[in-house]
Design a protein. Structure first.
Length: 160
């Protein structure tokens, strides 16, 4: 047993190196995956900003629609008390407001309204659109609204 032969493995001194494998397909797949993830993130961000942007710009329209509904329902007091700003009420009494509403039935007795031009600057919203009276008269209107205790209130309105 003392003469055991040891087998030695011989490796070449300068082994032949294989050329590097082309992993281009993994780079392409990885790049496409990253691009897809970026597109999804961009779409979610655009949806988020778009939703809140539209919601923000439509917020000043709600009191105008509410006021028109109150007038159409015959509740001019509600139209004045709930939707007009403090500044408007200081400058215009309820009786003056009521006289304007009653003198302009083609505007304030409305069957529809559309307000598509809304801009907000320094807590003042300017809203432009049209009101279609029950008699079919279409009147261009412009409203200015101000924020009071977190709610938009009508500061003034006029034919545009």
């Amino acid at each position: 047993m003392g003469n055991e032969e040891q087998v030695q493995t011989l490796e070449p001194q300068n082994p032949v190196q294989e050329p590097p494998k082309n992993n281009y397909k993994w780079w392409i797949i990885g790049g496409c995956g990253c691009l897809l993830i970026l597109c999804i993130i961009a779409a979610v961000a655009a949806s988020f900003l778009g939703y809140f942007g539209i919601k923000t710009l439509q917020a000043p329209v709600a009191p105008i629609k509410g006021q028109l509904k109150a007038i159409n329902d015959g509740n001019i007091e509600k139209a004045y008390n709930d939707y007009c700003s403090t500044g408007f009420k200081k400058a215009t009494t309820f009786d003056q407001f009521k006289a304007v509403v009653e003198a302009n039935p083609s505007i304030f007795q409305s069957k529809s309204s559309s307000f598509t031009d809304v801009s907000i600057k320094n807590q003042v919203a300017t809203v432009k659109g049209t009101i279609t009276g029950k008699d079919g008269t279409v009147t261009k209107m412009q409203y200015q609204l101000v924020k009071e205790t977190g709610d938009w209130k009508i500061q003034n309105f006029k034919k545009d």
